[in-house]
Design a protein around this ligand. Structure first.
Ligand code: AHM
Ligand code: MG
Length: 350
């Protein structure tokens, strides 16, 4: 058997990247550990009602509420614990931060401390769990600044351009890990029989043009003016200024929506609206927008807040929220143009 023709497992891919000098052994270990944790989460998610893992977390009829003010699902809590436990003892991390926890957690003193910081949304789209729709884990890896004695939230506040790796795992009809270490975006499918992630797409590419958009249309009346105009023109189709008909998809699981876009193109957006404006947006910069932006850019797409490249945003808080536009390059640029033109007109009038 010719070994070079055999399937490329995640392990083999990472070893080859290490040989090429693109990652070191600690980052390789970190990614392997996150992938292993995702396999455990996949097993729990897959059990569904049989595993007794559906429904809200909490006891005595009281729902448990996370730092975001949202009711936690049992699987949110379980996935968070799986990721925390898996990453505590390997010696590759200095600290972890999760969408489900108020502050970062330093690696316990009993274990060696590594030089990376890991951020994750343990189970994104968890409102979909109970109805058996795809959910996913999103993660982002940063370097811990040097000479830090005690790691705190402030050390995580680095722009998306500083990410050394990012990815997500989608728990759908198949479990897939999509990863970037800054050298393209690659997809691995879990072979459940051998328990290993196998590369199924090397170098995902998002088509620059699209006819598909993803947005929660029920928020339309709460959007800002440029977003109203942009989507209004998409809906006008062939007869409108865009001159083509658009299709719409909205899973309400960011991982599933972004996976579709990485696979066949499209634009995903969770814009600013008057409901989420006081918080800065709906989606979290550090756990959702930045890792997805890194993956999308590495696949030839674009990601923006509507007014700034996502990866250039200077974070001010661990749980900061931002408006999000990402996907096919030309379409993201079109959405950004609507914002720029609107803002320029507003400045001219003022
Ligand atoms: P979560 O992290 O609490 O699951 O929230 C994020 C999710 C995204 O996956 C998805 O794109 C969005 O929230 C859906 O929002 P909506 O329910 O407004 O459609
Ligand atoms: Mg989330």
């Amino acid at each position: 058997m010719n070994p070079t023709a055999s399937p490329v497992s995640l392990t083999r891919y990472l070893i080859e990247e290490q040989r090429e000098g693109r990652i070191g052994p600690n980052l390789r270990l970190l990614i392997e550990v996150v992938a292993r944790a995702c396999k455990s989460i996949s097993i729990q998610v897959g059990k569904g009602a049989l595993g007794g893992v559906l429904g809200d977390a909490g006891s005595g009829g009281e729902a448990s509420i996370n730092v975001q003010g949202e009711a936690q699902k049992k699987l949110d809590v379980l996935s968070n614990e799986i990721l925390l436990e898996a990453n505590a003892w390997g010696g590759h991390l200095a600290a972890l931060a999760s969408e489900e926890m108020d502050h970062c957690v330093a690696i316990p003193d009993e274990y060696p401390r590594g030089k990376y910081l890991l951020l994750f949304d343990p189970l994104d789209g968890s409102s979909n769990i109970d109805v058996n729709i795809s959910v996913g884990t999103i993660f982002s890896v940063l370097r811990c600044p040097e000479d830090v004695e005690t790691v705190g939230d402030e050390h995580f506040l680095q722009p998306g351009t500083a990410q050394v790796a990012a990815g997500y795992c989608t728990y759908g009809p198949s479990t897939m890990l999509v990863l970037t270490i800054g050298n393209g975006t690659h997809a691995f499918t879990l072979d459940r029989e051998i328990g290993s992630f196998v590369m199924t797409t090397r170098g995902m590419r998002i088509p620059e043009e699209t006819r598909e958009f993803a947005v929660n249309m029920s928020n339309q009346r709460f959007w800002e003016e440029p977003m109203q105009q942009y989507v209004g023109d998409l809906l006008a189709g062939k007869e409108g200024p865009r001159g083509k008909d658009f299709n719409m998809r909205w899973v309400a699981s960011m991982v599933a929506d972004v996976h579709r876009i990485l696979t066949r193109g499209g634009i995903f957006s969770y814009p600013l609206d008057s409901k989420c404006a006081p918080k800065g947006g709906k989606l979290r910069l550090m756990y959702e927008a930045n890792p997805m932006a890194f993956l999308v850019e590495q696949a030839g797409g674009a990601a923006s807040t509507g007014r700034q490249r996502m990866l250039d945003v200077r974070p001010t808080g661990l749980h900061q929220r931002v408006p999000v536009f990402l996907g096919s390059k030309n379409e993201v640029e079109a959405a950004v143009r609507y914002h720029a033109e609107h803002d320029a007109q507003a400045r001219a009038v003022a």
